[in-house]
Design a protein around this ligand. Structure first.
Ligand SMILES: NC(=O)c1ccc[n+]([C@@H]2O[C@H](COP(=O)([O-])OP(=O)(O)OC[C@H]3O[C@@H](n4cnc5c(N)ncnc54)[C@H](O)[C@@H]3O)[C@@H](O)[C@H]2O)c1
Ligand SMILES: O=C(O)[C@H](O)COP(=O)(O)O
Length: 625
């Protein structure tokens, strides 16, 4: 479905006036106090100090429309806005909870029923979970856009419906590093205890038995371990297994071979790994591609008597097939920390199997890891609520802080250009086809435009719909609305010190309510630049102008003749409308010109009609920024 513009426009010819749509800025101002991607405004040289238990950072940064230039404890924050509500739905380390309390209202409610969870998220800005809570589409539906961030206090995000989160514009962040060592240590604990029957022997002796010959184990030294998934945990398991004298191979289609080689690990194919190894340890994520990847077929390819360790996700194994492989002796033993269903049913054949050792998803459960994870996720969630782009975002592009800070004024420019362009479109066909041209002196791959594209999309969509657009859902919403946004990079000769020379937004196949905005190629076209940190409109159609993008804008197409600035300025002045910028662009002297007037206030209908009544003015339009 294409979107149609119904923005305010006035034509001098027939003086038709349509009611302006409500200002998207006012709609968003409150909302943005604690939301991902605020209505960014660049205030050069503003210092932001973020202080928390683990670090103090000072950096030049963005502020929001309402000039929230400092973020800190309650005492420092004079903001009249309420604190964000953060629901912690599973046990989180104390240090993380304390960090969150400095920033928001924290509700620690554990073991919520799905119904209670849905009720609570509809009142929460952020939700923090571990692996025990299913954050389903229904949860996002129930939140009705209130939920801005889901924080997964751990690595695996298979319990969060990422597609639904993205559709609802909710950022998902995780804590991917703090439990790596704990998980690897648990993997090694399962490997060694399985090889020596520690758990079974312990149960036997507690049952009053003394079965020394029954529990003869196998040695690890010289045996081959296949690490399936050479990521963070897999790497640490490999490192430790090497220390135990094992020969380690690994399968991971995405891991760099040199990283493996540096540890003395050979990267091999899946089939080679499982056919060669005496021990197979699983460390891949649960994805559609890895679901039940260990099944009857793959077990049949394994070395007879193989031993299996799983501290990744239960779902990568077909559990019924594993029982069959254990019964047939293909798999001699299995040590499992994770299960398809958690907790597994008490009478599960797999759990009860005498050759299986189990733990209740304890991989990340060390004091150290839990404190680390809690701090990592608290920082990520608080940062996201402040509008920072998280380094651990799972469903949004990650933008490095230095890139963000450099792009800050261009982000504002991008949104304003999007907002202006869509207000220049009219007619029943609706906006469908948008082209953005970035002119830059930088190399092609040295400019990340995802954020700019998202902000242009936001600028285009928000004035004409009630969708809330942010970096997370911009592409999704654009697609849903039938918008095709293409991007083009043009390398120009200017200073590479600045990331972008200019941004041009073109809307094609649509009529305009201001013919002067239609360029020679038939598309509505506007262009802007950042000058001294301030976004400027520099081109309308094929006319050059130069007006700072602050307040609102009046564009007039007129005969280029003396006295025009005075006449229009007079009309505005009489109504106490302050002009903040004015620029006239023309192609041929004394022919046609475009006058761009930046105004602080919104002129009333009569004032605009008077401007339209000036005889040399052929058309004009009032645009909200
Ligand atoms: N049991 C626990 O408590 C616990 C603790 C931490 C992590 N985990 C789980 O361990 C797994 C690994 O965590 P991580 O932090 O190392 O993640 P990671 O993202 O660093 O590593 C995962 C690796 O798997 C690889 N991979 C993806 N698809 C693959 C495939 N088809 N075959 C082989 N490799 C594939 C990726 O390339 C990546 O290198 C995750 O499933 C995570 O949820 C469990
Ligand atoms: O993916 C993870 O980080 C681990 O599985 C840990 O899960 P947990 O937070 O539920 O212990």
């Amino acid at each position: 479905m294409a979107i149609s513009s119904s923005c305010s426009s006035v034509k001098a010819v027939n003086s038709r006036w349509t009611t302006p749509s409500p200002s998207p800025v006012s709609k968003l101002a409150v909302f943005h106090r604690h939301s991902l991607l605020p209505n960014l405004r660049y205030t050069p040289n503003v210092k932001l100090t973020v202080t928390n238990a683990s670090r103090t950072v000072e950096q030049t940064t963005l502020t929001e429309d309402h000039k929230f230039s400092t973020v800190g404890s309650d005492q420092d924050d004079p903001s009249p806005f309420p604190k964000p509500k953060i629901l912690v739905a599973e046990k989180l380390g104390e240090a993380g909870v304390n960090l969150l309390r400095e920033f928001g209202d924290v509700d620690c409610s554990y073991e919520l029923s799905p119904e209670d969870l849905k009720k609570k998220v509809s009142e929460s800005d952020a939700l923090i979970v571990r692996s025990g809570t299913k954050v389903t589409r229904e949860v996002f539906e129930a939140a009705q856009g209130k939920l801005k961030v889901v924080g997964r206090a751990g690595v695996g995000i298979d319990n969060v419906d990422l597609q639904a989160a993205t559709e609802y514009g909710c950022l998902v962040v995780n804590a991917p590093t703090a439990n790596t060592v704990a998980a690897a240590e648990h993997g090694i604990a399962l490997l060694t205890s399985m090889a020596r029957n520690v758990a079974q022997a312990d149960a036997s002796i507690k049952a009053g038995k003394w079965e020394r010959s029954k529990y003869v184990g196998v040695s690890l030294v010289g045996k081959t371990l296949a690490v399936m998934g050479f990521g963070k945990v897999g790497t640490e398991v490999a490192r430790r297994a090497k220390g135990l004298g094992m020969n380690v191979i690994s399968h991971d289609p995405y891991a760099p071979a040199d990283r493996a080689r540096a540890l003395g690990v050979d990267l091999v194919s899946f089939d080679q790994a499982i056919a060669t190894a005496e021990f197979v340890s699983l460390h891949m994520p649960l994805t559609p591609a890895t679901k039940k990847v260990f099944n009857d077929d793959t077990f049949s390819k394994m070395k007879k008597g193989v031993r299996l360790i799983n501290v990744a996700r239960g779902g990568v194994i077909d559990e019924d097939a594993l029982v069959r492989a254990l019964d047939s002796g293909i798999v001699a033993q299995a040590a499992l920390d994770v299960f398809c269903e958690e907790p597994p049913s008490k009478d599960s054949k797999l759990i009860q199997h005498e050759n299986v050792t189990v733990t209740p998803h304890l991989g990340a459960s060390t004091k150290e890891a839990q404190e680390g994870v809690a701090i990592e996720i608290a920082e990520a969630v608080a940062g996201a609520l402040k509008g920072e782009l998280s380094a651990t975002a799972v469903n949004a592009p990650m933008v490095a802080p230095e890139v963000l800070s450099e792009l800050a004024p261009y982000i504002v420019l991008a949104e304003k250009l999007g907002r202006l362009a869509v207000q220049l479109a009219s007619g029943g066909k609706g906006v469908q086809s948008i082209k953005v041209v970035y002119r830059s002196a930088r190399d092609r791959d040295d400019l990340d435009t995802r954020l700019l594209r998202a902000m242009i999309t936001k600028g285009i969509i928000e004035p004409i719909s009630d969708s809330y657009v942010n970096l997370v859902n911009a592409d999704f919403i654009a697609k849903q609305k039938g918008l095709r946004i293409s991007e083009e990079r043009m390398v120009v000769e200017s200073s590479p010190e600045y990331p972008i020379d200019s941004i041009q937004v073109q809307i094609s196949n649509v009529e305009s309510n201001f013919a002067g905005a239609v360029s020679d190629c038939g598309a509505i076209s506007i262009e802007g630049r950042v000058k001294y940190g301030v976004p400027h409109l520099t081109c309308v159609g094929s006319f050059s102008v130069d007006v700072s993008l602050e307040g609102n804008l009046i564009l007039c197409r007129q005969v280029d003749q003396p006295g025009m600035i005075g006449q229009v300025g007079n009309i505005l002045g009489k109504q106490n409308v302050n002009v903040n910028f004015m620029s006239v662009g023309r192609k041929v002297v004394r022919k046609q010109a475009i006058m761009a007037i930046g105004v602080d206030e919104e002129p009333d209908k009569k004032t605009l009609e008077r401007i339209g009544g000036v005889s040399a003015i052929e058309e004009f339009v009032f645009l909200k920024l």
